[in-house]
Design a protein around this ligand. Sequence first.
Ligand code: SMG
Ligand code: MG
Length: 387
Amino acid sequence: MMSEWATLTVRSIELREVALPLVCPFRTSFGEERDKRAILVRVDAEVGGRDAAGWGECVASSEPRYSEEWLEPAWLTLHRHLCPSLGEGGPLASPDDVQERLRWARGHRMAKAAVEAAVLDAWLRSAGASLAAHLGGVRDRIPCGVSVGIAPSVDAMLEEIQSYVRRGYLRVKLKIEPGRDLDVVRAVRRALPDTPLSVDANAAYSLSDIPLFEALDEFGLVMIEQPLDHEDLADHARLQSRLSTPICLDESIRSARDAAAAIDLGACRVINIKPGRVGGPLEAKRVHDVALARDVPVWIGGMLETGIGRAVNLALAALPGVTMPGDTSASDRYFERDLVTAPFVLADDGTMPVPQGPGIGVEVDPDRLEEVTQRRSVAFGEGVAVS
Ligand code: SMG
Ligand code: MG
């Protein structure tokens, strides 16, 4: 981590809502998404007497299903509270000051994460340092997995999975929901006996489903992600004690404090880290540190991010404790055309490069940005002509 920071003064913050069509609809136990909607935060600042700009992506979804936080209130919270509060507080001395300044506002982690990422991007760009290097990344390529939505039939799902495996993805995650679980896993396991497989229930089950999880335990899954309610660590601990397959927590982990509690309670043996869910890339790093200190493997999840959010995920994936392939898939798994000038491409060996350029290491494509913008608004300052 950098120890010397030039002072950063926020001049202006602009919000944009974008909508990018997905190449195929993404269905989970929550429902289906056809477009990726996101709020982008652009911060324009002065750092050590020079102009600097940075981008962040808020991963709050269109509806409050994955989390309480969702897009409309995130926009309002950013606009009315977080951006003015950040800007009006005067110069920032280091990136940790972003969360300090926003601490008075309870929750709203995804909105805060986008602001923190944008400020970090601006700061690191002006220092010429990459986010991956700043966080303490130790690798320049990362192994990638893919998360496969629930398909209309097992055959359709198999076909989609096989196309990802052919492209090189190193781990396949299947979304399950009550009624579409055991049969799907059995069929996929039969077709792909050697592919590392995991399942993600997005909290769709309860402890009365123990027999189902005991049956799933026979398939040699890499992990079972968030089987039970997002607020129930005790039940996860009970379930974990009955299974040899590791439980991975996603929705339940909102901070480094949650991660420590979940591990110490025996509620999980793996953690899915998402910077949006925990309030920003810096807290994501702290979740990583807590898990590493306890010898618990972690990996980086995904929220179908555009290239802006994906760049942050890839930087985090370079950390030493990230020892499993993440849901860090290539741009073409989601979009015909991403928002960044150089889309993320999967190599034949199933890896992707960690962005090495200054800041988040990607450039926003201005034409594509205009094309997908649904609304924009200045949330602090005068606004700056966006290029
Ligand atoms: O980014 O490839 C991706 C999606 C990964 O499955 C994925 N995310 O629970 O882990 C998860 C889900 C949440 C998506 S809800 C928008
Ligand atoms: Mg999940």
